[in-house]
Write a protein that binds this ligand. Structure first.
Ligand SMILES: Cc1cc2nc3c(=O)[nH]c(=O)nc-3n(C[C@H](O)[C@H](O)[C@H](O)COP(=O)(O)OP(=O)(O)OC[C@H]3O[C@@H](n4cnc5c(N)ncnc54)[C@H](O)[C@@H]3O)c2cc1C
Length: 474
């Protein structure tokens, strides 16, 4: 039997194999809910080394946990049982030159999202994936979770932005699917299968990403409404008026705003009036000829005439635009600084957002009277981060976590939505998937998992439980 520690340290060297106290920075998940001591952290420098790591782990029967920026919110990027190898892609950060003619770029899986944004700037191109963790999240992790973010409304999720992939499969074979074409119907859409597979089917090592021309102009408004229903009605109208130019439609509640203003002293709310819900709307175009200001101003006037918009302002400078975005992006931080919280990543058809929020509030306060709900997120695509803080004066509510999570998941399911909109299932949401999705769907996933990872060593306990993994589709 192979000794995995000496085999891995031999092929990876001191830079590529970490053990003992050196594993600590990789050990805990973002929310510090999971963090078993791994056997070690493998940091391969290229695809061939990833393949060797996989072969060694397979031979030794050691579980592998791929890790990107470790900003995932469902505990999928760290070990839950000791003895696994964390396979960090953090040394694989090479980027090729963008291919201007085809609008694409080949990057390694360890590239940090904000680094990619900066590298594209001089070329007048963008990779239109934006999220609060973009300074840490890496391409492999974004693909692993099929990340969404604030521009998914216009550009889609990660699966829509990946043209091709290179993946090290569970037996160490390298699948090279690095094609830069939009149209490729030569069989199953394998690249999409790996988007959102959370490291359970293989390890993404390189990707061909789709690029867009950088906007030549943007216009951004911050608006306030009496309630979320009014914000949804305005959002529906704006979508019709702005069409393909609508690139962001983000909302947050007045409770969320209060937390941000309480805990982040550098932020202020620029409008004179404050309603119960706030909306950030952004239009962008890569042509300078489109009258974006006119479109947004006319929509705003309509919103005021209809008595939907209570107050609003257009950003007059880049600094003001950044300030508006901070108010939205700091929502998770404001709530984190308030203390304990329960996070729920829900999606419903956009027209049902207000209905979900109202029904959710009702359900949650029956389970835990006084619980404080903080819905915020991506109004344009129906994605609500329905986060909860404990009742005022109460520091902990972990004993209610499962009941609240199950109730909200059931509500989203009933309304034709999802309880795992953009963060994936990881370890923390398998129970919700097992209870809210049909056995047919769960078993179908188990069949895929078994086929691609027969020994069950690729991120075990993530996305699919070991129990499900053994069951066959009936
Ligand atoms: C403040 C904050 C804001 C956020 N906002 C958003 C948001 O708006 N939208 C959104 O979608 N998410 C958001 N997230 C969640 C998180 O940033 C995303 O899930 C992101 O895609 C994770 O990237 P990562 O590199 O950190 O992945 P990790 O956390 O390292 O890994 C995530 C999953 O992918 C797997 N994985 C990692 N690398 C690979 C690889 N190379 N091959 C195969 N599998 C791999 C891991 O095993 C794990 O299961 C936010 C998180 C934070 C902390």
């Amino acid at each position: 039997m192979i000794d995995p520690v000496s085999a891995l340290s031999n092929i990876l060297g001191a830079k590529g194999w970490l053990s003992g106290s050196d594993v600590e920075p990789y050990r805990w998940d973002w929310l510090r809910r999971y963090g078993a001591v791994p056997l070690g952290v493998a940091r391969p420098a290229n695809t061939q080394e990833v393949a060797r790591v996989v072969e060694i782990c397979r031979e030794a029967g050691v579980a592998m946990v791929p890790q990107g920026g470790n900003t995932g919110l469902c505990g999928g990027a760290v070990a839950h049982e000791s003895g696994a190898v964390i396979l960090s892609l953090s040394r694989m950060t090479a980027m090729e030159k963008p291919d201007l003619a085809s609008g694409s770029i080949i990057v390694e899986a360890g590239v940090v999202l904000s680094t990619l944004h900066e590298a594209l700037e001089p070329h007048g191109l963008i990779f239109p994936m934006h999220l609060g963790a973009e300074g840490s999240a890496r391409i492999g992790g974004l693909i692993g979770t099929n990340a969404g973010g604030s521009h998914a409304l216009r550009y889609g999720m990660m699966q829509d932005l990946v043209l091709g992939l290179e993946v090290v499969l569970a037996d160490g074979t390298v699948w090279n699917g690095l094609r830069s074409v939009q149209k490729d119907n030569a069989g199953y859409q394998l690249r999409k299968l790996f988007c959102g597979s959370e490291g359970t089917l293989g390890i993404v090592t390189r990707a061909v990403l789709k690029l867009y021309p950088a906007p030549k102009q943007r216009t951004t408004a911050l608006l306030t409404f009496a309630d979320c229903g009014a914000a949804v009605a305005f959002g529906t109208y704006l979508r019709g008026e702005a069409g393909e130019f609508l690139s962001g439609l983000e909302f947050f509640s007045d409770f969320g705003l209060k937390l941000v203003l309480k805990h982040l002293a550098e932020l202020s709310f620029p409008l004179e009036t404050r309603g119960g819900a706030h909306l950030l709307a952004e239009l962008a175009s890569s042509s300078a000829r489109v009258p974006l200001d006119e479109i947004l101003t006319a929509a705003l006037e309509w919103g005021m005439e209809q008595e939907l918009v209570i107050d609003g302002a257009l950003a007059m400078s880049d600094a003001q635009r950044a300030h508006f975005w901070h108010l939205r992006e700091e929502q998770p931080e404001g709530q984190r600084l308030e203390g304990q919280q329960l996070k729920h990543d829900i999606s419903v058809p956009p027209g049902k957002i207000a209905e979900f929020i109202e029904a959710g509030e009702d359900i949650c306060s029956k389970i835990l009277p006084g619980v404080r709900t903080n819905p915020f997120g991506h109004l344009g695509d129906g994605n609500i981060h329905y986060n909860l803080s404990p009742p005022e004066g109460q520091s902990d509510f972990a004993d209610k976590a499962l009941e609240l999570g199950q109730a909200l998941a059931a509500l989203a399911t009933e309304m034709g939505g999802s309880f795992a909109a953009e963060h994936g299932l990881g370890r923390s949401k398998i129970v919700l998937a097992d209870t809210n999705r049909s056995p047919v769907e769960r078993n179908l996933m188990a069949v895929v998992k078994d086929a691609l990872d027969p020994s069950g060593l690729m991120n075990p306990g993530v996305l699919i439980s070991s129990f499900r993994q053994r069951k066959t589709f009936q």
